[in-house]
Design a protein around this ligand. Structure first.
Ligand code: 5AD
Ligand code: SF4
Length: 491
């Protein structure tokens, strides 16, 4: 008998992508197999994001586009989970706005998805299940259908206690809960044995990890990193995200001495004005942040720093914004993710005076992007002629191109063969065109010995790390009216 099919559309951050791997694991355990088009799917799951308003609008648009298919295929189950569903009253809103959605579940209900799906199939009734129980997140003996190529994500903690005044995360992800160290070490070791080449530790604020070892002693993040670094495999260790207020000297020392930890650190500054940082409740000043950067650069001279910045937070003046540009130039980030402030219901900033008008926010973002490009272009030009150890992540058969990642996460493009995937190679940067970095493999004599490996890629399955891909898929469905008509005529 043909297997039933599932499609997961993922929006938002790496945490969500990884949680989609867990949802895929549940579905595969229940006999479903992945497909790439909603017209073929028996179950479609939206794993949603609430970080900014435009994420929500995109998701609503996408759910709306499924209506047509559901009419043609009434047995198809549509589930909506993740951060958007977890927000106060959203579950009701989703249920009433989209009468063809069958299941709504929250961030704490992930492990319940199997039971919810079975209940829906047995009873035919629509179900909405949102809980506030944060310990549920720790019931993570879930099977994981990994889809991220050479990289494997590993949760080390869930939730956030920081309550930055703009941020919805603490409301939809709850308070911090750390996994026991032994569970993390066991998972990492199994992944390394399986052949994964990069482990990315995930948490909203990994620096405040407070786990326990087997004797019940408290384990801090630097200790966890040092323990993972002891594994005797060839691999790269990353983590995200760090809060500057909690990145300790001990963590920097462990990174400096380690064999495996990437010299790429993502350290969101958010803003370069002390007044706005205080109003954001970030708990550091620009002076303190720059001191931390100095310490990092001194101890790890080849560090590649990346950051997040919000423009147009309530009360931000031109002068405050100039402070942000100033700090960008001082730190010389390798990558900067700039966002326009988005008002989130229930956060402290929602009620603040002096919200900034959209035009000013957009102008500031364009200015930020200009300065960002200046910095990054300069930094990439400086790479010319230098050699870096990179991880080969994927291969394009048509052009014999290998896509390799640097410590900062940036990509270098080189010519090569498929057997290089999953290997670490030395690449010399030969040219930079339109911010694409090209290079050539230096240690070519090693290539003949590389064996072909079999990693699963996001492209080949339906878990889409970029929401744009999710959108494209559904747009194709919409265009693909013929498929819908065929379904209708089959009925
Ligand atoms: N508006 C705009 N950007 C936000 N971020 C978090 N909340 C908001 C918001 N309300 C950004 C921060 C964070 C990144 C993941 O998203 O920069 O670091
Ligand atoms: Fe949001 Fe701040 Fe927590 Fe990051 S540290 S998830 S920005 S509240």
């Amino acid at each position: 008998m043909e297997k039933k099919k599932y499609l997961i559309l993922t929006f938002g951050c790496q945490m969500n992508v990884h949680e989609s791997e867990k949802l895929a694991g549940i579905l595969e355990k229940n006999g479903y197999e992945v497909c790439t088009n909603a017209t073929q799917a028996d179950v479609v799951v939206f794993n949603t994001c609430a970080i900014r308003e435009n994420a929500e609008q995109k998701i609503y648009g996408n759910i709306g586009e499924l209506k047509n298919i559901k009419v043609a295929k009434p047995d198809m189950i549509i589930a909506v989970g993740g951060c958007m569903s977890q927000q106060n009253n959203y579950a009701n809103e989703i249920m009433s706005k989209f009468p063809y959605v069958d299941i709504v579940f929250g961030t704490h209900n992930l492990a319940d998805f199997e039971a919810l799906l079975k209940k829906k199939i047995e009873t035919g009734k629509r179900i909405s299940s949102i809980t506030e129980d944060e310990t549920i997140a720790l019931r993570d003996s879930l099977q994981i259908a990994r889809t991220s190529g050479t990289n494997a994500w590993v949760n080390i903690m869930y939730g956030c206690n920081n309550f930055c005044t703009y941020c919805i995360v603490p409301y939809v992800r709850g308070r911090e809960v750390s996994r026991p160290e032994k569970d993390i070490l066991r998972e990492v070791e199994a992944l390394l044995k399986e052949g994964y080449k990069q482990i990315t530790l995930l948490g909203q604020n990994v620096n405040s990890y407070r786990g326990k070892d087997e004797e019940g002693n408290e384990i801090s993040f630097d200790k966890l990193l040092a323990d993972i670094d002891k594994f005797d495999y060839k691999f790269r260790l990353r983590f995200m995200t760090s809060h500057p207020k909690d990145l300790s000297s001990e963590v920097i020392d462990v990174i400096a001495k380690s064999k495996h930890i990437c010299h790429g650190i993502h350290l969101p500054i958010q803003c370069g004005s002390d007044k706005i940082l205080a109003s954001m409740n970030r708990k550091y000043t620009t002076e303190k942040y720059l001191k931390l950067i100095d310490e990092i650069k001194t101890k790890i001279p080849d560090v590649e720093l990346t950051t997040d910045i919000i423009v147009g937070f309530p009360g931000e003046t031109d002068e405050d914004f100039e402070g942000t540009l100033d700090i960008m130039r001082k730190v010389e980030y390798m990558q900067i993710f700039g966002f326009i402030y988005s008002k989130r219901k229930g956060t402290v900033a929602e009620k603040m005076a002096d919200h900034i008008e959209t035009k000013v926010k957009k102008d500031r973002l364009s200015r930020l992007l200009e300065v960002k490009n200046e910095i990054i272009n300069r930094k990439t030009q400086e790479m010319l002629g230098k050699t870096y150890e990179v991880l080969v992540e994927s291969f394009d058969e048509k052009t014999n191109t290998l896509y390799c990642s640097l410590d900062s996460g940036k990509t270098i493009t080189v010519k090569g063969t498929k057997n290089c995937i999953g290997e670490f190679v030395d690449v010399k940067v030969t040219s930079v065109r339109k911010s694409v970095i090209y290079g050539e493999i230096v240690n070519t004599e090693d290539i003949a010995n590389f064996k072909e490996k079999n990693f699963k890629y996001p492209i080949e399955v339906s878990i889409l790390p970029k929401d744009q891909k999710g959108l494209k898929l559904l747009r194709e469905n919409k265009k693909n009216q013929k498929a819908v008509n065929d379904l209708k005529s089959k009925k």
